[in-house]
Design a binder for this molecule. Structure first.
Ligand code: SIN
Length: 343
């Protein structure tokens, strides 16, 4: 039997409400991970379980310092011969960001599977126990190794690079951007739909990158500061300079269509790029790539302005990838290569 480490971090899966009929207005992260494990029938038939709970929070409170604590735990588990895999319970609201960060900075090898729930642990038909059981089945499956960080939810398995939360309340709250699921859990069996090579397409640029110590002081960020902006009609381009004054070393802008920008915004971002800030053009459209040099005029293109095109990387994940690139000391050209790895 395999041995799994379950890392509890809080979220709705560990949520408690005064009434079993209540599915909003509960306290996230109120139930300790040991109790979550004890509430899953048959879990100890799937694997030997060890557990730890470094913190217990609603995932809207997640900071890069929390990511660094998790990254240390995952890296330690990867090199611990007594462990075969890791399962992380996490709030659903920011799970896709944590999953992608851990995917980027963890060495590929043992399975790492994240899960959560849409209903608190105290609710009628709480989905947490089934999701946790599914995540452990996946982590204990022989076909799970080498796929990077996976998200298991509602019997489906997603890759960290493409998974996103797509519904605020429903139990099937997660979907894959521009991609099918990696696998499904059916009748206690994991059916892999994607070969390992497809899930883990990308060589690991950051798997051995030295990571900073977690810093929890107010206003302090443990990772390089990267702002995320949403382009909209009448968007104020002076916000670019404001972000730079606040210490942003990179900016991701979710432009319209193919990451398109009105002239004043493009000019403001080009100025920021010239001053050393890394600028990524992503898209506010939920699927499809952002292709480089999409402008008609050569002078407005990425090559001329030093901008980076996000390809298939969605804005939230583009911010995380850019943070890793900055941490690794990369410039615009090397950063573009990292984005290109995703297609
Ligand atoms: C959270 O993200 O911590 C709250 C919402 C959830 O887990 O579904």
């Amino acid at each position: 039997m395999k041995t799994l480490l379950i890392i509890g971090t809080g979220g709705t899966i560990a949520g408690a409400a005064p009434a079993a009929t209540q599915t909003i207005g509960y306290r996230a992260g109120a139930v300790p991970v040991g109790e979550l494990i004890d509430n899953v029938p048959g879990l100890r038939d799937v694997a030997r379980i060890r557990a730890t709970q470094p913190f217990s929070i609603g995932s809207e409170h997640m900071r890069s310092a929390h990511w660094l604590i998790l990254a240390q735990l995952v890296r330690k588990a990867q090199s611990d011969p007594a462990l075969d895999g890791v399962v992380i319970t996490h709030g659903t609201d920011t799970m896709e960001e944590t999953a992608f960060f851990l995917d980027l900075v963890s060495p590929r090898g043992k399975p790492v599977v994240m899960t959560g729930a849409m209903r608190p642990a105290t609710a009628v038909s709480a989905d947490g126990p089934a999701n946790l059981l599914g995540a452990c089945r996946i982590a204990a499956d022989d076909g799970a190794a080498g796929r990077g960080v996976l998200v298991a939810f509602n019997d489906r398995v997603f890759a960290a690079a493409t998974v996103g939360k797509v519904h605020t309340l429903r139990l099937d709250a997660f979907a894959a951007r521009d991609a099918a699921t990696v696998g499904e859990v059916a009748d206690a069996t994991v059916r892999w739909r994607e070969p390992v090579q497809r899930t883990a397409l990308r060589p690991q640029a950051f798997g051995a990158l030295p990571l900073p110590e977690p810093v929890f002081e107010p206003q302090a960020e443990a990772l390089p500061r990267v702002a995320l902006m949403l382009q909209h009609v009448d968007c104020d381009e002076t916000i670019v300079q404001w972000h730079q004054k606040r210490g942003a070393r990179g900016i991701v802008i979710a432009g319209s269509g193919n990451g398109m920008l009105p002239d004043p915004m493009r000019a403001a971002l080009a100025r920021a790029s010239r001053s050393g800030c890394l600028i990524v053009r992503a898209s506010r459209v939920p699927s499809g790539p952002v292709v480089r040099n999409g402008e008609a005029e050569p002078a407005d293109r990425d090559d001329a302005l030093g901008l980076i095109a996000s390809g298939f990387v969605a804005p939230l994940k583009a911010r995380v990838l850019l943070q890793c690139c900055l941490l690794a000391g990369m410039g615009a050209a090397e950063t573009q290569q990292q984005f290109d790895r995703f297609g």
